[in-house]
Design a protein around this ligand. Sequence first.
Ligand SMILES: *Cc1c(COP(=O)(O)O)cnc(C)c1O
Length: 459
Amino acid sequence: MQTSKALVNGLAFDAVERGIDYLNSLSERRVFPSPKDIEKLKRFDEPLPEEPSDPMDVLQMLDEVGSQGTVASAGGRYFGFVVGGSLPAAYAANILAAAWDQNAGLFALSPATSVLEEVTTSWLLELLGLPPGAGIGFVSGATMANFTCLAAARHALLEKTGWDVEAKGLFGAPSIDVIVGEEVHVSLLKALSMLGMGRERVKRVPVDDQGRMRADALPEISGPAIVCIQSGNVNSGAFDPAQEICEQAHQSGGWVHVDGAFGLWALVSHELAHLTRGIDQADSWATDAHKWLNVPYDSGLAIVREPLNIRAAMTTDAAYLIKQGQREPDEFTPEMSRRARGIEIWAALKSLGRSGLADLVERCCRYARRFAGGLSEAGFDILNEVDLNQVLVSFGDDEMTKKVIAAIQEEGTCWCGGTFWHGRAAMRISVSSWATTGEDVERCLESMIRLAKKVKRSA
Ligand SMILES: *Cc1c(COP(=O)(O)O)cnc(C)c1O
């Protein structure tokens, strides 16, 4: 086996260099791979190698076959879903972290990552204006963050009735009402299903024209109940009225959980304070760091006001209450062994600072308004109130809109996906990357308008 220092050096430098070349290619390449590049991926489909290969050759093949088959979401012209990019400091920290290869499960496995999680926890809470004593689990994304927070809620509500859900499970337990908005994200329903709380037994609250839960339509709460609100609708970007809902739910002992996968980051901006009013009154918050904080995949945060509740739901050791001193990261997450996600979050926050993060969020919102303004001037319908980073645009009837989306995706100047909003086909533009520049926005806007007009003319 060749493990000489020279080989390791050569390989690591080669990987970094290939990564740099890839990143430098993003400003010119098409955003979604061409059919030819996707076809080329078939070269991966070879028989299981019986013999070892030179790692340099392995990396070369990965780059030559794989790189062109990726989606250029790390660049500035990707507006599909809400994907974010990877900040320079977070990307660089990720490279160092790969060398560290730490198991973040326990302090004994990695003091450095345990301390970084602890520091990052207090920075995040201060930055977001959430209760300073809250607990944070560093999970893989908002789906797992929703799962973890709802497990904490389930624990807290049933403990009040004298039922130990971790020990006894849900069979025979007092029931918990789960209240969601009509526009609830599917990942929250998935979390409920995994927790044995069922995706169909939820009570759905009607929403207004932007998809906001109507506080006046919240059902009467009696007995254990979780109200799941959303900060940042995946289509419109709208926020449920947190203040009113928290007040009502708390009067009857309900737990309020916030799915703020991307929208929670609006808390860092004074300009967006009108959207986020009352969010800090909730009991738990799920968010993604890999979306708007722009750290590499995968990275989400499960934040729980009373840390004992998340620890009770997640800990493997009944003696957790008497553990003192250093943070044991696995007391906050479903996983035991896992990636040290706190490293890149720390690097992102350290490099941006409070003002840099506010600037990132506000810049994305400004670009979203520019897209909406430009498309509207060109005669196309903007279907949502563009309060955040989301724009929904219709190019005419449903068929026309779908054709325009296909043309935009095919040209490859940018990539936007389709959706349905109030029964109408729409194209969805999500601006969420530090890498997007004003020039990118103008270039993509030009492409969208030119292609939409062309499709219209040929109709
Ligand atoms: C993206 C998103 C999720 C799911 O997040 P993952 O990181 O993909 O698990 C949940 N809720 C909302 C509102 C989202 O935008």
